[in-house]
Design a protein around this ligand. Structure first.
Ligand SMILES: Cc1cc2nc3c(=O)[nH]c(=O)nc-3n(C[C@H](O)[C@H](O)[C@H](O)COP(=O)(O)OP(=O)(O)OC[C@H]3O[C@@H](n4cnc5c(N)ncnc54)[C@H](O)[C@@H]3O)c2cc1C
Ligand code: SF4
Length: 480
């Protein structure tokens, strides 16, 4: 515990954000990151609890109290070494992890949680600035060859771990650029792509090979990988978007969130989009269907493109602002989230059912909606959603973005070619992350369904341990 009574004397203080009127004019990071002295002060609030529930709440098992203590005591290099022992990409989670750890922080029972995520970021950015983060290629190669399919956070974590163990790793990615949703989905105002490139450049120096524009199953048959590699990990994400197949769905101007976000990211890094393909919110009445985080990213992008008005609608009830007794500490609660994008200007409505898309001359013109109410089922299963009679209303719309989640990984191609067993549409594995096809492993969203970056990293690390063990009979890679 760095500072006795730190938690009594110092209040939680999070980083400030750039003024709204300034930041909506660009796609740059919206956060004004804390100076090291401020981060140290915040770290001193950590109580170094006997049983650190934050560590339990973090899917990669970060040693949070220990590195809080080290950074408070100016031992930044040791803090960095401890942080990188459990997390391959803390500069990414430190920026955009929703920080389940903070909801498990013991201090949060009756006070504000420690700023764990921001402290994590302070450590890794201090380490980069001080030159502690260096390419560290393995001293000896094992002679084993590994193929990783998919370059999102799960695939990158698998590659990083197995390269560290001395295996030769090639990451195959169908997109031109490496990074999965980190590259193509998440906007720069949350994660600037230079941050990802800085890490990829280290990974390349450490010997990992990346092959973009290589669609496994189309450009290379999976049998070729099976023949030429000792083992394979599939980390292809969960990208089949949920659709809203109601009347009028065929109208022009209705798009999936990932189409909208991918185009915007491409434009930000300078790619041209043809006029015919362009999805542009400028001067439009934009409706975002789906009240989650992906929808929030769409709000931020639409704002920056100059939308006339942005409305986000959600069928579920407005979540509570505080924990309810159904989700007691230290569990992650489903509470109302106000993202920075919401603060930039957007109307939000809950308990709204979209009944029909209405068009004019083939283009979307408005949405027909109705209010819904929820009643509990006697058998305690999911609540029943009931339309409120006479509550119908219409909203004007020039552009509709569907951000209603993802169903499962793509089945056409790899999954069906290999005839992989599935569970709830996701790729089924045994407890060692091996799929129903011997020697082929799977990790990340493809295995667990759409989730979080920190879970993708956690799964990637675990899968790497089991792949190493499969190849070598034992593994020194951590299993958590
Ligand atoms: C818009 C959006 C915003 C998000 N924001 C956050 C956030 O702020 N914080 C957070 O924690 N989580 C966030 N998430 C969730 C998070 O991004 C995902 O859980 C995470 O990226 C999953 O990682 P992954 O590696 O499993 O899959 P992905 O990131 O989806 O990567 C899979 C990769 O596999 C490639 N691929 C697929 N099939 C093939 C093939 N046959 N051959 C070659 N390559 C292939 C794909 O092109 C892709 O690059 C967000 C998700 C979305 C959609
Ligand atoms: S990775 Fe996420 S859950 Fe883990 S310590 Fe960092 S912010 Fe918390």
């Amino acid at each position: 515990m760095g500072k006795l009574n730190g938690f009594l004397e110092i209040k939680r203080e999070v980083s400030k954000q750039r003024p709204i009127e300034e930041r909506i004019k660009d796609y740059k990071d919206i956060t004004i990151h804390q100076k090291d002295d401020k981060s140290k002060e915040q770290a001193s609030r950590c109580m170094d609890c006997g049983t650190p529930f934050c560590h339990w709440g973090c899917p990669v098992g970060n040693y949070i109290p220990e590195w809080n203590d080290l950074m408070f005591n100016n031992q930044w290099q040791k803090a960095y070494e401890l942080l990188s022992a459990t997390n391959n990409f803390p500069e990414i989670t430190g920026r955009i992890c929703p920080a389940p750890c903070e909801h498990s922080c013991v201090l949060s029972i009756n006070d504000d949680a420690i700023t764990i995520r921001e402290n994590e970021l302070a450590i890794i950015e201090h380490a980069f600035k001080s030159g502690y983060v260096k390419a560290n290629p393995p001293v000896k190669r094992s002679g084993k060859k590994i193929a990783v399919v998919g370059s999102g956070p799960a695939g990158l974590a698998v590659a990083d771990q197995l390269n560290e163990a001395g295996h030769s790793v090639i990451v195959f990615e169908r997109d031109k650029k490496i990074g999965g949703i980190l590259r193509y989905g998440i906007p720069d105002f949350k994660l600037e792509k230079e941050i990802l490139d800085r890490r990829l450049s280290l990974m390349k120096k450490e010997g990992i090979e990346f092959k973009g524009k290589t669609f496994v199953g189309i450009d290379i048959p999976i049998e070729d990988l099976q023949k030429n590699f000792d083992t394979i990990c599939l980390a292809c994400g969960s990208r089949v978007p949920r659709d809203l197949k109601i009347q009028g769905r065929e109208l022009k101007g209705i798009h999936f969130a990932m189409e909208f976000l991918t185009q915007s990211n491409k434009q930000v890094w300078g790619e041209k989009i043809t006029k015919e393909a362009l999805i542009d919110a400028k001067d439009k009445e934009v409706i975002i269907i789906g009240g989650g985080d992906t929808g929030a990213d769409c709000v931020g992008v639409a704002k920056r493109q100059g939308a006339k008005r942005i409305t986000q609608i959600e069928i579920l009830e407005k979540p509570p602002e505080c924990r309810t007794t159904n989700e007691p500490w230290p569990y992650y609660p489903s509470i109302l989230k106000n993202s920075s994008s919401h603060e930039e200007g957007c109307e939000r409505h809950w308990s709204v059912l979209t009944k029909k898309f209405i068009g004019k001359e083939g283009n979307i013109e408005k949405l027909q909606c109705a209010k819904v109410e929820f009643s509990k089922n006697d058998d305690k299963s999911c609540p029943v959603i009931k339309e409120i009679a006479g509550s119908e209303f219409e909203i004007k719309a020039d552009l509709v973005i569907l951000a209603v989640g993802f169903s499962h990984p793509e089945h056409k191609g790899l999954v069906s070619d290999l005839n992989l067993e599935l569970t709830n549409g996701n790729v089924k594995t045994d407890e060692n992350f091996m799929t129903s096809e011997k020697g082929i492993f799977s990790a990340g969203d493809m295995h667990r369904g759409q989730s979080l970056i920190v879970w993708a990293i956690s799964e990637g690390r675990k899968a790497a341990h089991h792949m190493d063990k499969y190849l070598m009979g034992k593994s020194n890679l951590p299993v958590l």
